[in-house]
Design a protein around this ligand. Sequence first.
Ligand SMILES: Cc1cc2nc3c(=O)[nH]c(=O)nc-3n(C[C@H](O)[C@H](O)[C@H](O)COP(=O)(O)O)c2cc1C
Length: 354
Amino acid sequence: MNTLFTPLSAGRLALSNRIVMAPMTRARADDDGRPLPITATYYAQRASAGLIISEGVFPEPMGKGYVRTPGLADAAQVAAWKPVTAAVHAAGGRIVAQLMHVGRISHPSLLPGGATPVAPSAVQAAGAVYTDAGMLPHPVPEALSAEGIAAVIAGYAAAARRAVEAGFDGVELHAASGYLPMQFLSTGSNQRTDGYGGSAANRARFTVEALQAIAGAIGADRVGIKLSPEMAFNDITDADPMQTCTTLVESIAPLGLAYLHVAPAARAAEYHRELRTRFGGTYIAGAGFDGTSAAAIVAAGGADAVAFGQLFIANPDLPQRLRTGLPLASADPATFYAGGEKGYIDYPATATVA
Ligand SMILES: Cc1cc2nc3c(=O)[nH]c(=O)nc-3n(C[C@H](O)[C@H](O)[C@H](O)COP(=O)(O)O)c2cc1C
């Protein structure tokens, strides 16, 4: 029987335990998308995770959706990531970069030359985006042309190459939380009538092609993907999310990816059962786990590993605490995106708690 502390192979990635740090945007980069030295400290503090999945990183300037988020879109950003990945490796950890293109969940003030955000269709998302000028509504996005889709996919592949150059052990495609791949997957945001819209297989095509391109660039065995079925975040709606997800997972199962990471917002047990079976490879379950429920799903063979989000913010030595049954601290939402060291690198490890 596997425990959270049994080592695990996920493609080329060798995990020393099955406790994964979930990807979390922390908005601590500079205005040019470069991570700062405190980010090396933050991730190195958490290097006892079997795998760290980085915060969402924009693969190209048009993929940016939030102030102070980092990129892997140019050489300066690659250079700024190198000390971060080196610090994690020096502390014995593994880290993959989460490639996050937000699509319509952006604003011209965040994009090159004040450009209009892109999406599968010109369907505006309800809601607003935090900008330096305050909260502003998401505009009506521009529908990508076939050439535009090809360029975005090539952009993901180029960013994956830059991730490897920056020292990351692999990449995760962010196909969750209502961002660009999920906008293609979902009926509410995808009204295309070409090969990228309509049937579930067509709506999955963008994500499948993006994964194929990324795998072609760096090797499928260090590429993962995250899905968040039934998550209504960012005004995303789908007529039949179970069918959409099962169709997608059946299409990507033959690619030989390192892992599938699923963080459902509802019907979690059902999604984990259906998607794990169809995927066949290494499966990471996420969203709402504590030490007990994580140990249980791994012991029962319902997942190979478990991703923890908020608990990893507040407990940098989470594996040690779970192993020894020490109490867990809670994260303070006020500092999630606040910038600076507070709520970022000042959560103590238990060894330093009196
Ligand atoms: C502050 C914060 C930022 C997040 N940013 C991202 C992100 O950049 N990419 C992503 O896929 N999920 C993001 N998430 C979602 C987490 O990866 C995770 O799925 C979610 O927190 C549920 O897991 P938990 O209950 O263990 O926290 C974020 C969550 C939090 C709390």
